[in-house]
Every structure is written in structure tokens, then in C-alpha cells.
Design a binder for this molecule. Sequence first.
Ligand code: C6P
Length: 419
Amino acid sequence: MSTIHAPGPLARLQTDFPILGRRVNGKRLVYLDSAATSQKPQAVLDALDDYYTQHNANVHRGVYTLAEEATAAYEEARAKTVRFIRARSPREVIFTRSTTEATNLVAHAWGRSSLTAGDVVVLTHMEHHANIVPWHMLAAERGVELRWIPLTADGHLDLTDLPRLLDGAKLLGVTAVSNVLGTINDIAPLAEAAHAAGALVLVDAAQAAPHLTIDVGALGADFVAFSGHKMLGPTGIGVLWARRELLEAMPPFLGGGEMISDVRLDGFSCAELPWKFEAGTPPIAEAVGLGAAMDYLSDVGMDAVRAHELSLTRYALATLGERFGDKFVVHGPADPVERSGVLSFEFATRQGDSVHPHDIAQVLDSEGVCVRAGHHCAKPLMRVLGATATARASFYIYNDEDDVDALGDALSAVEKMFG
Ligand code: C6P
């Protein structure tokens, strides 16, 4: 069984994550790819195991004991989500498969019922594809106009032209934290500006919910999307929070079981919220696992999570900067306070020859260090950066300064190999 820790030195949490005891290529596993997906603590693995070994049944259907237990566990996970994001009601919390499914739900159900040719959706240059492609699809289908908030040289949103961009807009879609630059966007004033212009606000919180306190009321948004697997939970579970009035007014997304109150030969009527948007058998065990992950994060404390990652990011920027000088260039804000623990970087040899991110990632892997290399599903942003790919290290609660030092040592190995 895992131990629940009081806030303190988070390095002690490492023993709660069984996978971190693994060796890879003969080396200690140094997992620096939590922006892609996080590792899972024993508490989450136990919750999944307990669900499947003791309570597994379909939800909202059976009247037998197991089915009632499964339904209670699934709805308890929703109640935990309500508390975690400080929502007002379980009716506002829809379980989806992922952030991607949540943004598609908004584009499909709200977008297709609310937008017509010439309507404007404003996005930013730092969006993940999950908050771009659904809107491109709608633009192609409906003639919706997409406008873009550009970036400043230091990786912030450039809001100089915001009033013109928002003029006549119906929606602002914006990420709370960039998965490439690490930039933390100040959502509340953006939401205020969007609302003043008559636009709704969709926040992609995929990289925020795992690392920062989320208070959906304080954000001032209308829709907030995030994924369980980046915040210690299982894959296959995501959340869409939305204002109840909007969800009430929106048509359903997918049709099938669970989301109906009646089906006739001449039509159907929808179930109440939140089930109206949960067609078919939902990801039950995954929701239970997400609930356990939220318990774990709440026990640690989201303030402690943020403080730990800030201190690690500071340490990484300082020590790697000192070690490699201008051969190690990190994209995004220079001030760690303005960013999350995501470091997308360029790396060059002492001779100044830049090393391809995939080569970096491969050599790092041979040293047991996992980083992501590629376009990070943010191709428009990569074009702005003038890169086809970057290497990216990302931290979470189980990382410590030894992991940052291991990254530095592995980069020295890259230096050696590429001259
Ligand atoms: N980013 C990364 O390595 P899904 O895949 O639906 O759980 O999450 C999509 C998503 C949406 N928004 C942001 C800001 C994200 O970072 C991601 C996922 C991963 O950066 C995988 S591409």
C-alpha cells in the first residue's frame, strides 16, 4: 500500500511510484516526460485493482449490489472532481476520454449549434492541436473565421491587438499552460475581455490541472478541459467542466445508451446533466482511478506541487545554463515564476553544431533519461519558433534535483558523442 504524505520534501514521494524503481538500459530511470503523461502512484494502481477485483459492473443500469457499488464509485469520482476544481455542482462535470474529446465535444455540440458562416473563433499561436483542429474542422464545414493571438519574443501572449481580435468573436479558446513553452497564461483578465466582447471562453487546462490549483469560478471561463493521465490518473479519462446553463442549452455530442431519458420510433429525449453528454458505457475504472489521483494530489497539496516544480525549474535553468552556457537554449519565459516545469530546448555541441532533438532523446534514453522530442502536437507554434522539433524535459512531483543533474550528465554524453 502507498503512504500518504504530509506536505514536505516531495522527493520522498518517489517510493509511491513503483515504476521509478525500474532500471532502463542499465541506468536508474529518470522520467522527465510528465507533460506527455505522468507516472502513477501505488494509490491509483490500488484503486484500479480494488475496483476491478471487488466492484466491477456497469453503472446506472443494474439493481444488484455490485452495480450499485460501481455506480457509487463512479459518481464519487465525479464528486471528487467537483471539489478538486471547485465547481458548484456535479451537473457541470462531464467525464470524457481526454482533453481532446472534451474540446471536440465543445466544438461539436456548442460550435455546431451556435456558429454560422462569418462567426469568429479566436485562438492563440501556443495552442495544442486539440484546441486547433476541431475549430479548423468547424471553419471548413461552416465558414467560421479563425483569428490568432500572436506571441511575444519571450513566449507570452501578445495582447496588443486583443480588442480588435475579440471584436465580434463568439469564442476565445486558450491554453492555461503551454505544453511547449511552459508559459502560464493569466486566464481571468483574458476571460473578462472576451466576455466584454460577447465571446465565451474555452480553457485547455491539460497542462494546468496537474500542476496548479484550478478554481473554475476564479478562472472565469465557460468551458475547462483536462486529462486524467497527466495528473497521476489512468489514460482514457478526461473532464469537461462547463457552466450549467450552456450544457443545458447544448445538444448532445454522441448518441446511444446512458445519455437518453426516452427513445421512441419518432425520436428521443435526453437524460439530465451530466449524463446527457456521457453516451455509452463510460470509463468507470478510469474515473475511479482519477478520483484516487485527485485524493493523492490533494493530500500533497497543490501549493506544495507548484512550489516543488518552481524550485526544480529554477534549479534546472540555473545549473544547466551554467554548465552549457549558450549551447543550451530554453524556449519560453526566462522567469521561472511565469512558467511551469516544462523545458523545451535546443542543444548544440561545443563547436556550436546544433544536435537534432531526436538524437538528443536517443542518447538521453541510453542514459536512462526519458524526454520527448518532436513537435509536441503544436505545429503552428513550432513554425513560430522556426523549429521542426525540440527536445523537451518536463517535471512533476516525483522528480528531484538528482534528476536534473542526471539530465545534465546525459547532455554531457550528447556533447561527447556529437563532438
Ligand atoms: N499533450 C504532450 O506531450 P490528450 O492527448 O487529449 O490527453 O491531451 C491533449 C492535450 C491538450 N492540450 C495540451 C496543452 C496538451 O499538452 C495536450 C497533450 C501531450 O505535450 C501529448 S501531445
